[in-house]
Ligand binder design. Structure first.
Ligand code: SAM
Ligand code: DTB
Ligand code: SF4
Length: 335
């Protein structure tokens, strides 16, 4: 079988495929790690010749007291995690945070809310936030739970560039992780986002006790969507005391790297975001993840509610690796 890199001889970047067979994806996981890394890094260079890392900042605009039962999540009202719930932030606070994020070097600003799905008045308030983030010249992203087709259209109209909604895991393993909404409901929201013309940010979590088959199945679902998600967050479970997944067997770092390499081969032109869990990763694991094709990180001391490596540590890591951050876009009058 031709390797993905063989197309390189023609000088034409291999076009992203959406016709991957499930067993073809599963077979990638059994290849020797260095062969995977060789192909993944080669594809990465073809599709991202500048080799930069895109830097996003996250802000939790509504924290905790979520009615859903996602077994990994400290924000579910069902688990005792010691989190202080907060109402939807006011516009000024969001603008202040977005300005600070841009000043610190972020080019994308992502707003997360602990909702099952947003209500009409919440959508109105969030549309105003999106407009302000756009006025600062930042790319905008939001993750607010399930959306209807109409709500997706409204957010697009307000200028939202990306919507994040994760599959989290395979369809088989999913019922062991979330029971309050179905896998199909997630796929429906993703279709609404795509149909509204927004870029899709969709990925999952590793290290929840899933099998290699589950990882392959999740990546297969992502890589065979009508269009590859433009951004694919790969989260490593952040184990939070009080959640049902606290205490599961930690993920082998090389399995994280393997999964990123497979994702890069399957979706060569998508941003692969090394998302939650970096506080627990060594610099060497992160270096291998970047080599395998990760090209985006969350920046700043905090993700939504849990810790993230600080800006100084990340800047130092990028410098040691000789990696540049994507430039911060110019503001269109937001200052
Ligand atoms: N409530 C919305 C939803 O679930 O769609 C948006 C916010 S939710 C916190 C966004 C994503 O964060 C989840 O889909 C999950 O993939 C990720 N996440 C949440 N808790 C996590 C944890 N402890 N470790 C790793 N990823 C986590
Ligand atoms: C995603 O896939 N990872 C980010 C973002 N999308 C919103 C969130 C990670 C959250 C980790 C747990 C927390 O900080 O609450
Ligand atoms: Fe709620 Fe989202 Fe956390 Fe699930 S992942 S409990 S929907 S905030």
């Amino acid at each position: 079988m031709a390797t993905p890199l063989e197309d390189q001889r023609t000088g034409i970047p291999p076009a992203p495929r959406i016709d991957w067979a499930a067993d073809e994806v599963r077979a990638l996981f059994d290849r020797p790690l260095f062969e995977l890394l060789y192909d993944a890094h080669g594809l990465h260079r073809i599709h991202f010749p500048e080799g930069r890392v895109q830097i996003s900042t996250l802000l939790s605009i509504k924290t905790g007291a979520c009615p859903e039962d996602c077994a990994y999540c400290p924000q579910s009202v069902r688990y005792e995690t010691g989190l202080d719930p907060e109402r939807l932030l006011d516009l000024e606070t969001v603008i202040k945070n977005a300005r600070e994020a841009r000043a610190a070097g972020a080019s994308r600003f992502c707003m997360g809310a602990a909702y099952r799905n947003p209500r009409p008045h919440q959508i109105e308030a969030i549309k105003a936030m999106i407009r302000e983030v756009k006025a600062l010249g930042l790319e905008s992203c939001a993750t607010l739970g399930m959306l209807t087709a109409e709500q997706a259209g409204e957010l697009k109209q307000a200028g939202l560039d990306y919507y994040n909604h994760n599959l989290d895991t395979s369809e088989r393993f999913y019922p062991e992780i979330v029971t309050t909404r179905t896998y199909q409901e997630r796929l429906d929201t993703l279709a609404h986002v795509r149909d509204a013309g927004m870029s899709v940010c969709c990925g999952g979590i590793l290290g929840m006790g899933e099998t290699v088959d589950d990882r392959a199945a999740m990546l297969h679902t992502l890589a065979t969507m009508p269009k590859h998600p433009e951004s694919v967050p790969i989260n490593q479970l952040v184990q939070v005391e009080g959640t049902p997944l606290h205490g599961v067997e930690p993920l082998d770092p090389l399995e994280l790297v393997r999964c990123i390499a497979v994702a890069r081969i399957l979706m060569p032109a998508s941003y692969l975001r090394l998302s939650a869990g970096r506080t627990e990763m060594t610099d060497e694991t992160q270096a291998l993840a970047f080599f395998a094709g990760a090209n985006s990180i969350f920046y700043g001391e905090k993700l939504l509610t849990t810790a993230n490596p600080g800006e100084a540590r990340d800047m130092q890591l990028l410098r040691r690796l000789g990696l540049d951050a994507e430039p911060v876009p110019a503001a269109d009058g937001g200052d």
